[in-house]
Design a protein around this ligand. Structure first.
Ligand SMILES: CC(=O)N[C@@H](CCC[C@H](N)C(=O)O)C(=O)O
Length: 376
């Protein structure tokens, strides 16, 4: 087993929620401390880490970002290195993203590049979002890269596949939390209560009409309710219900339109069920927009290689707060094939560990090549 496979497995065992990646941060810091330190400078920001790798004659500063948090999922993989944190799992590949980040740090700590590189381990990608506050932090302010790279594991592609496109890669997102407050009561006296389970169920159904009936079929949008909570016992009419979801759109205007329809439907539920409703939009992420010149150059570079296959993919409705990096710094994100039948956020996700070496080689070779091009 390679060091990096072992590292991935160690990280897989300790998934933590956003901004609580304490063990993860310590694990990464402990590993980085074992590397030759002469070109490295290390800073921490909350539970994140920034590793500055000084080049020999720098004219530019590249950036690679890896996200760190796990998800509230009960793991169902066949692994003998399953999560030790009950109810949490690395089900979005962040264990691989971080391992690849360590691989990149290891490579350039021992083989100095001409240009500088900042490897950013960023907390809370799954929510509430670490990228935006990290970009506003004093820790990153004087280390701001000139070009950013990020990747995300892609279960649907074979190992050795790099998939990307110029322009929008991932959607705009907004979280969605709706609280419905009515009147509870005895299950046998529905006429004396105001049942929020019924109101909540109706609202879930009505929300589906936004995409089906209000959005241009040639546009793309998603409204998913991923969690419904309501009531306390089977024979008590529920006083409260809570819907939790997410909205995805390919344009900012469509996001505004979807939110306005949600507000209208929620008002209708309030009137129809004589209840109170509160909407909280939670956190929102900007689309991931790949800068055209750099993305095409990268795609051309990948095409020349015999060890990886390039796929020009379509946009996905996934979200990523890496969009905030790309809004400020030119660069791109790409999908890394990890060949597993279960999708992202699935309890059985088992990404192929062979993809780790593919990614480390691709990123370090690409950055070395870019660095040798010498910026003007
Ligand atoms: C790559 C990926 O799966 N990202 C997440 C980002 C979630 C953002 C936020 N918490 C939300 O749910 O809107 C995704 O679900 O796409």
């Amino acid at each position: 087993m390679t060091t990096f496979t072992q590292i991935r497995r160690d990280l897989h065992r300790i998934p933590e929620p956003g901004f609580q990646e304490f063990k993860t941060q310590q694990y990464l810091l402990d590993y980085i401390a074992t590397l030759p330190q002469q070109h490295l400078e290390i800073r921490t920001w909350r539970t994140g880490i920034l590793v500055y790798i000084h080049g020999s004659a720098p004219k530019r500063r590249f950036g690679y970002r890896a996200d760190m948090d796990g998800l509230p999922i009960v793991e169902q993989t066949s692994y003998d290195f399953q999560s030790e944190h009950e109810g949490y799992m690395h089900a979005c590949g962040h264990d691989l993203h971080m391992t690849i980040g360590l691989g990149v740090v290891t490579h350039f700590a021992t083989t100095q590049m001409t240009d500088d590189l900042v490897v950013i381990f960023q907390p809370a990608e799954e929510g509430p979002g670490g990228a935006k506050p990290m970009l506003e932090s004093a820790e990153l302010a004087d280390w701001m890269p000139d070009q950013m790279i990020g990747l995300h594991v892609a279960p649907e592609y074979p190992v050795g596949t790099i998939a990307t496109r110029a322009g929008i890669l991932f959607a705009n997102t907004s979280e969605l939390f709706i609280d419905l407050i009515g009147t509870g009561g005895h299950a046998a006296y529905p006429h004396k209560a105001n049942d929020m389970v019924v109101a909540g169920c109706q609202l879930v159904g009505q929300l589906q009409t936004i995409i089906a009936r209000n959005i241009n079929p040639l546009d793309s949008a998603v409204v998913t309710i991923g969690k419904v909570e309501g009531g306390t016992k089977q024979n008590i009419i529920a006083e409260r219900a809570r819907l939790e979801g997410t909205i995805r759109t390919l344009s900012a205007d469509t996001m505004i339109a979807v939110k306005s329809r949600i507000e209208a439907l929620v008002k209708g539920i309030e009137a129809g069920f004589e209840c109170q409703a509160e909407i909280d939009w939670g956190s929102n992420y900007l689309q991931v927009f790949n800068e055209a010149t750099l993305t095409h150059e990268f795609m051309g570079w990948v095409e020349q290689r015999s060890d990886v296959n390039l796929v020009e993919c379509t946009e996905a409705m996934t979200g990523e707060d890496f969009g905030y990096f790309l809004d400020r710094i030119p660069g791109f994100m790409f999908w890394l094939g990890v060949d597993t039948p279960y999708g992202l956020h699935h309890a059985k996700l088992e990404p192929s560990e062979d993809a780790i070496e593919v990614a480390i080689t691709t990123i370090t070779d690409y950055l070395s090549w870019k660095s040798e091009q010498r910026a003007v």
